[in-house]
Design a protein around this ligand. Structure first.
Ligand SMILES: Nc1ncnc2c1ncn2[C@@H]1O[C@H](COP(=O)(O)OP(=O)(O)OP(=O)(O)O)[C@@H](O)[C@H]1O
Ligand SMILES: [Mg+2]
Length: 225
């Protein structure tokens, strides 16, 4: 599903360069469930942004679903982002004027699937995430952890083949975190590929594979179960 070759991303800050990603070679197969760990600043979010086609590498290449991402035009890129990738950001990116349920249903706006079935799925996801009494609240009427769960529901609503989640359980209590991991295991069991960044070993333990990053490099990559 994902192949990267010699992926490099650097940023010019002041008069020096930060090597956020330094020659990353990575392969992820369909159905994999990968946890990415590593110290702050080790390049985890940078990697997620590139894999999510939100950022482009300075060097190296990235193939997603057998297609060279650098060769895609804007239409192809937005189709890939809308239909094939679900993204949970470290900052949740909810639209302030929409309710929780409307935010969850955003990825369905260009889909031709039945709106009432979508609505039911949205409600079901919010219920699974403990938010059935918050579906009509707007983001500023929700706590940080509740917003985060709305963002998680939104990333899953169209069952994207690839789910990228940057610290999906950061800030959440351990019970809610476990519930989110159950949901992740469930959708992974249905064949969806998941890549998630986490700082917590207990959360990473739900994944099948653990990648450790340091200084923009993959330091360790092991199958856990
Ligand atoms: N837009 C940018 N401009 C300049 N430097 C950046 C930019 N984005 C990231 N960096 C730098 O690249 C490095 C990697 O950042 P990244 O956000 O990928 O780290 P991270 O592993 O996700 O950290 P955290 O665990 O704190 O979220 C950091 O040193 C960061 O300062
Ligand atoms: Mg980060």
């Amino acid at each position: 599903m994902i192949t990267t070759n010699n992926l490099c991303r650097r940023f010019h800050v002041g008069d020096s360069w930060v090597h956020a990603l330094d020659r990353v070679d990575l392969q992820i197969d369909k159905g994999d469930f990968v946890a990415v760990m590593g110290p702050s600043g080790s390049g985890k979010s940078t990697l997620m942004n590139i894999l999510g086609c939100l950022d482009t590498p300075d060097e190296g290449d990235y193939r997603f679903l057998d297609q060279e991402v650098a060769d895609m035009d804007d239409d192809q890129l937005s189709r890939v982002r809308n239909q094939h990738i679900g993204f949970v950001f470290q900052s949740f990116h909810l639209l302030p004027r929409l309710t929780a349920l409307e935010n969850v249903l955003l990825p369905m706006r260009f889909s031709d699937s039945d709106p009432s079935a979508n609505q039911q799925r949205g409600l079901h996801l919010l219920e699974r995430l403990g938010l059935s009494d918050r579906t009509d609240h707007r983001p500023n009427q929700l706590s940080g952890g509740q917003r985060q769960r709305v963002a998680i529901a939104r990333s899953m609503i169209n069952e994207p083949p690839l789910l990228l989640a940057d610290e999906p359980t950061g800030n959440l209590d351990s019970r809610t975190s476990e519930e989110i991991m159950e949901l992740f295991e469930e959708i992974n069991g249905r064949g969806q590929t998941i890549l998630m960044v986490t700082n917590e070993e207990e959360i990473a333990a739900h994944a099948k594979r653990l990648i450790r990053m340091r200084d923009g490099k993959i330091e360790d990559d092991s199958t856990t179960h």
